[in-house]
Ligand binder design. Structure first.
Ligand code: NDP
Length: 492
């Protein structure tokens, strides 16, 4: 061990390492890999910066993006935002909502912060209970078998380790627009002191769509700018159109095919200018234009770890190993499929491969996911466009568009849509999508069926749960359309 550059003499002949594994980054993937490696008998250290619960000034915190400034706080805000429309829907169910209803943003923020602090503690206990040693500080790689932890007081301590795992995640990236420093990213959006009355959201991905729904649900005027015809590029085009329609139906102003070119501070707020010559002023502008891997401050290139030239993601093989045999990487920093459960899977596979005696590759096929807009979208497997591109033969498309039973009484004008993509030759279900209430809860079970290779016939022979929306997935009898392979994918 080296303390502030001084050597702690250890016999070099017997190659004794301080740790079997040192993990840099205690987010979902890092914590999972550390715990499971320790459970397999490894001596494990992990480092992570501490976090301040209501500040977005640093990127640290045991629990990582998902727990501290991602999935968990976002979902709490989605729940919070859903009550407003639910109260409207309740009127026709006999609830008299006559008095003025106030929404107390500060109260929700406080409750959200309490929950994040609790979960941060839970994650720390999980590490401690597994026997993993946690170091609070910034980690760097100084050699194939050596890491350095810069502690909060500036002291640098080096540890030798047989394996190093990089699990440092990703951070919000800004698109490079003049005046962009006036805008916030999702980090700050989760901790705003005041709820904006007027919000502008820039981007058409997960984060943009989710925050547009959250702020609109809480009563703000929301304008969503994105550069394509439809939001959510990469998802099934038909489902993207449904999400756009639902956002509009709930009062979000959509500005497709529009780029923001400048942000200016004005007396009335922040004014954005667009490539169409429009101007609009809001209290808050959220930039949700993607995230980039946290690989820069780790000293990786100087120890020879290969990064992707464009994204700076850590390059790994199918077992999550870098080009340096003792250095591994998982999660968003590898930019494979940037979802928490995928990082968990990669962490589990890493522990099995390196310390469990069972080399295991993470399987990135048929990973289900959800966009937590209101109502949510959830998908698994191939979209119609991907199936047309990838399947050698015809594809059968089954769709069902219906008025959810709850809406018949509430009077809400919003249809749910479900879709199955089937290989015409093998009858295998290749993909499923649903946009409507409880979509992610429905999709998890469908994902198991698709992962098991279920056929459409097996879907059809499954008895429905009645009355439910989910039963549509086993009652879609007639083909909506048959499409042929080889057509180019649209690029809306
Ligand atoms: P996404 O990659 O999902 O979307 C980025 C959006 O920004 C796209 O619409 C993209 O447009 C647009 N964009 C990118 N660069 C520019 C630019 N220079 N000018 C204008 N628009 C631009 O990123 P997010 O930030 O929304 O989320 C990051 C990732 O985090 C997601 O991909 C997902 O993996 C994960 N995530 C998952 C969630 C979940 O599971 N529910 C929730 C939140 C995040 P275009 O399509 O044209 O490239």
């Amino acid at each position: 061990m080296l303390i502030d550059g001084k050597l702690d003499k250890t016999s070099e002949e017997e190659i004794h390492y301080d740790f079997d594994l040192f993990v840099i980054g205690a987010g979902s993937g890092g914590v999972r890999a550390a715990r499971f490696s320790a459970q397999n008998g490894a001596k494990v250290g992990i480092c992570e910066l501490p976090f301040h619960p209501i500040s977005s000034e640093n990127v640290g915190g045991v629990g990582g993006t998902c727990v501290i400034r991602g999935c968990v706080p976002k979902k709490i805000l989605v729940y919070g935002a859903s009550f407003g429309p639910e109260l409207e829907d309740a009127r026709n169910y006999g609830w008299e909502v006559n008095e003025r209803i106030d929404f107390n943003w500060k109260k929700l923020l406080h409750k959200k912060t309490e929950e994040i602090v609790r979960l941060n503690g839970v994650y720390k206990r999980l590490l401690a209970n597994a026997g993993v040693k946690l170091f609070e500080g910034e980690g760097k790689v100084v050699g194939p078998n050596e890491v350095e932890v810069i502690q909060l007081d500036g002291t640098k301590i080096r540890y030798s380790t047989k394996h190093i795992l990089i699990a440092t995640g990703s951070r919000a990236q800004r698109p490079g627009i003049p005046g962009q420093e006036l805008a916030i990213t999702s980090d700050e959006a989760l901790s705003l002191e005041e709820l904006p009355k007027r919000a502008i959201v820039y981007g058409g991905g997960y984060i943009a769509i989710e925050f547009a729904s959250i702020w609109r649900g809480m009563g703000a005027t929301v304008d969503l700018y994105f550069r394509r015809e439809l939001p959510l590029r990469g998802f099934d085009d038909e489902m993207r159109a449904v999400v756009a329609r639902n956002l509009e139906g709930r009062g979000v102003n959509l500005h497709p095919r529009t780029s923001i070119t400048e942000l200016v501070k004005t007396e009335d707020g922040i004014t954005v200018r667009t490539d169409h010559g429009e101007e609009l002023t809001a209290d808050v502008v959220l930039l949700a234009t993607g995230r980039s891997p946290n690989s820069k401050r780790l000293n990786l290139e100087s120890v020879g770890v290969e990064l992707d030239g464009k994204t700076k993601a850590v390059k790994v093989d199918e077992y999550s190993r870098t080009n340096i045999p003792s250095i591994w990487a998982i999660g968003d920093v590898t930019n494979r499929m940037n979802l928490t459960p995928v990082a968990l899977m990669e962490g589990t596979c890493f522990a099995k491969t390196v310390f469990g005696g069972k080399p295991t590759k993470p399987d990135h096929d048929n990973v289900p996911c959800a966009v937590f807009c209101i109502p949510p979208l959830s998908v698994v497997g191939l979209s119609e466009e991907q199936a047309i591109e990838q399947v050698n033969g015809d594809v059968l498309v089954f769709t069902s568009t219906f008025n959810p039973m709850k809406n018949t009484v509430s009077g809400r004008q919003e249809k749910s849509i479900m879709k199955l993509i089937v290989d015409a030759e093998t009858d295998k279900v290749l993909g499923a999508s649903v946009c409507g209430p409880d979509a992610p809860e429905i999709m998890q079970g469908i994902a198991i069926a698709i992962k098991c290779g279920a056929t459409k016939e097996q879907f059809d022979s499954t008895v429905g749960i009645h009355p439910s929306a989910a039963e549509e997935f086993v009652t879609m009898r007639s083909v909506t359309r048959r499409v042929s392979a080889g057509k180019p994918k649209t690029n809306l």
